[in-house]
Design a protein around this ligand. Structure first.
Ligand code: TRH
Length: 358
């Protein structure tokens, strides 16, 4: 029985947006709260982290939050100690001094590159692959989250409830600023019943403001469009669980919408060469299994309408079709939630993988 790998260092660079730190913060809390690991989270931009973790002091070089030691990642980087497991989140590149210190140890730590989530099949064959360092006696392992047992699975806190409650008449909106909001807001205006759309600050609100006059709130037909605050991560998760439909983006809110067991639309993070469209299609291919054809087509069409340049009328029609099939899509969202709950849990997969890796 190998000794427990007690000390974990997670390195996170905030490239843009909140997904990188959102995932790292969640992972750190799982490792500490569920697996009793001692975690240090090194972050280069505490200001961004503070958005989803309001208790954080963005000026502090070191602080303890929820059992995690949050450290400012500064350059040059002075190494005080090397952990048993080192997580390089999203290929953020470890400080050279830290890498050298890892190599100087008699027994190298487990070194993991935590990758972005994709439903594409190649992630399964790349999951767990070893990559020896070019000049140092170190091996890095690629670790992929994913939607099948052949991947690391999804980050999931214990005790997440299965959705049984009816949703509220609300839609949450967390998208990028290139979202096709003009035609979508028009489609919302013709909603048959009153509804409330909660718009997150930043890019979503910028996109709404480009279509509607003033600063809001706005009433368009039966829809009330309201600017909402940026919530602490747990509160945002709760919002997703109560809304009838969630518009989500990136990686972490996309996963949370699925764990919330509610219908959702994914505004995917755009990549060069339209690589994101393969990612989108791969997800749709998995997600729509078991959904009857007309509802599956409605889901596919609304996802594509949000992520490809289409004539406005197509988006309006796709939204109306999505709403027309909402009861079936809602049932399916709960089935999919159960499926997600059965997938490997990422922090547990990681703990096991690291023991086997060294
Ligand atoms: O912010 P994002 O667009 O992050 C993206 C993606 O991760 C993308 O894959 C990556 O390449 C790019 O960043 C650099 O979307 P995401 O992943 O949903 O992250 C948002 C985080 O913010 C998530 O953890 C949920 C959290 N959040 C809150 O805590 N409160 C809120 O009110 C909102 C709207 C979000």
């Amino acid at each position: 029985m190998p000794a427990m790998q007690l000390h974990w260092d997670i390195f996170c660079r905030v490239v843009d947006n909140y997904g990188d730190i959102g995932v790292c913060w969640r992972l750190a809390r799982q490792l500490s709260g569920v697996h009793q690991r001692r975690v240090r989270l090194w972050v280069d931009d505490l200001g961004s982290m503070r958005q989803l973790c309001p208790a954080l002091d963005p000026q502090a070089a070191a602080q303890h939050l929820d059992g995690i030691e949050v450290r400012q990642w500064t350059t040059p980087f002075v190494v005080d100690r090397v952990a048993d497991v080192v997580i390089e989140a999203f290929a953020c590149e470890l400080p050279t001094s830290y890498l050298q210190a890892m190599a100087d140890l008699p027994k190298a730590p487990a070194w993991i590159n935590l990758e972005y989530l994709t439903a594409e099949a190649w992630a399964e064959s790349c999951h767990g692959v070893a990559s020896p360092h070019a000049s140092l006696p170190l091996i890095k392992y690629f670790f992929f989250p994913g939607f099948s047992p052949a991947t690391g699975g999804l980050l999931r806190e214990p005790g997440l409830p299965l959705t049984t409650e009816p949703a509220t008449g609300e839609i949450s909106l967390f998208c990028y600023d290139n979202a096709p909001l003009g035609p979508w807001l028009e489609a919302l205006a013709s909603a048959p019943e009153p509804l409330r759309c909660l718009v997150s600050p930043g890019k979503p609100l910028t996109a709404v403001r480009a279509c509607l006059p003033g600063d809001g709130p706005w009433q368009v037909g039966a829809a009330r469009i309201e600017p909402a605050p940026f919530l602490a991560q747990a509160d945002y998760d709760a919002l997703l669980r109560r809304c009838a439909i969630n518009i989500v983006r990136g990686e972490d809110s996309f996963v949370r919408a699925q764990l919330a067991g509610r219908p959702f639309v994914w505004h995917i993070y755009p990549q060069d060469d339209d690589a994101h469209l393969d990612k989108l299609t791969a997800f749709l291919d998995r997600y729509t299994v078991g959904l009857e054809t007309p509802a599956a087509t409605a889901v596919r069409n609304i996802f594509l309408a949000w992520n490809t340049p289409l004539p406005p009328t197509k988006l309006t029609a796709a939204w109306q079709d999505f709403l027309a099939h909402l009861p079936a899509i809602d049932r399916h969202a709960r089935e999919w939630q159960r499926h997600c709950m059965r997938l490997p849990e990422l922090s547990a997969s990681l703990v096991k993988f690291c023991v086997d890796a060294v």
